[in-house]
Design a protein around this ligand. Structure first.
Ligand code: 6CS
Length: 339
């Protein structure tokens, strides 16, 4: 309630006097994941670094997923300024920022997560052009980072597009994610991940996509029989801030935020890599809940790529509000980065 009032007054409880006369800053940072998972660990590390750099003046409360509502509720909280910072997935903002659905296109980024992360760090298409489009909605993405390559889990084996025929696939809410699965013949159903374990268990949906750490930590493999190493896309998350709040920070504080955001790019790369490697072993070694791991041949991957390719044209023609300019610039940047 207090934060609602402060937000309504046009600012968070920042810049207040402390007992020793210095300014203090209290911010809220919400994530879409829970304790131990990559987004939450990111926010905790970010908060720790900011507190140390500011000699204790900046205190950031980190919120696990669930405490403040659904992923979509969290987007609204950031826009309204009731939280200052959020880790946000473009997969939940596609109805609002159409161009952000570029991340829904399969086989767009290189197979290497490291190379993909370099592109996310340096891309002008994303860090300037897409950022401006998000800012029209009071969301400033300060960085984009990979949580790892996504894989499919399923209740029946998936190794070629025909296996997706009439397959009930859980997705996030951005319409182009659904379109990408329709291109394989699947029947996508958007839902929050908070409902996903039960939905997989009951067969309401038959499969889902996520990085391996998330599949293992959320125990989706317990209620699925197969995991296809498809590497069909990267899970991209954004570190976002409320635009007015960020623009209102004094120069010193803004530089501290920017510097920490930049430092965190290599930290989170290492964190996701470690977690994805560890959870692959966990899933393989979970003999009580056996998961058959399917490796795709190059020919099988090519079959998926062929089905995914026309979705780019659909994005350009039907989704983009800027004639596909962000996608085209990003494609040039990907090309320039090489494989
Ligand atoms: O599948 C999802 O919706 C969730 N997956 C990850 C990796 N992070 C949060 C997100 O909501």
């Amino acid at each position: 309630m207090i934060s609602m009032i402060l937000a309504a007054c046009g600012g968070s409880d920042e810049g207040e006097g402390s007992a020793d006369g210095g300014e203090t800053y209290n911010w809220k940072f919400v994530t879409e994941e829970v304790d131990g998972q990559v987004q939450y660990e990111y926010a905790e590390e970010f908060a720790k670094r900011m507190n140390e750099k500011s000699d204790g003046a900046v205190n950031i409360d980190v919120y696990e997923f669930g405490g403040l509502g659904s992923e979509t509720d969290q987007v609204e909280q950031l826009q309204g300024g009731t939280v200052e910072m959020a880790v946000m997935s473009p997969g939940f903002t596609g109805n609002m920022v159409k161009e952000g659905q570029v991340f829904a296109l399969h086989f767009l980024f290189p197979d290497s997560v490291e190379k993909t992360q370099e592109i996310l760090n340096d891309s002008e298409a994303l860090n300037t052009d897409l950022r401006e489009l998000y800012e029209e909605h009071s969301i400033t993405p300060l960085s984009y980072w990979s949580e790892g390559a996504m894989q499919w889990t399923s209740s029946k084996p998936i190794s070629e597009p025909a296996d997706f025929e009439n397959f009930k696939m859980r997705t996030q809410t951005s319409p182009l994610i659904l379109k990408s699965y329709e291109a394989y013949g699947a029947e996508p159903t958007p839902m929050s991940w908070s409902e996903l374990y039960t939905a997989l268990d009951r067969g309401t949906v038959e499969g889902q996509e996520n990085p391996i750490f998330f599949i293992g930590d959320a125990s989706f493999h317990e209620v699925q029989d197969y995991m296809t190493i498809s590497n069909h896309n990267n899970y991209v998350a954004m570190t976002t801030v409320n635009t007015d709040w960020y623009n209102g920070l004094d120069d010193e504080m803004k530089s501290m935020v920017d510097e920490t955001v930049e430092e965190m790019q290599s930290w989170v790369f290492d964190e996701q890599k470690k977690q994805n490697q560890e959870y692959l072993e966990t899933i393989k070694n979970d003999t009580e809940n056996p998961t058959e791991i399917i490796e795709l041949t190059e020919e099988q991957r090519q079959m998926f790529k062929d089905k995914a390719e026309p979705v780019r044209e659909f994005y350009r023609e039907e989704v983009s509000t800027v004639d596909g300019q962000i996608l085209d610039k990003l494609l040039e940047e990907i090309e320039a980065a090489g494989e």
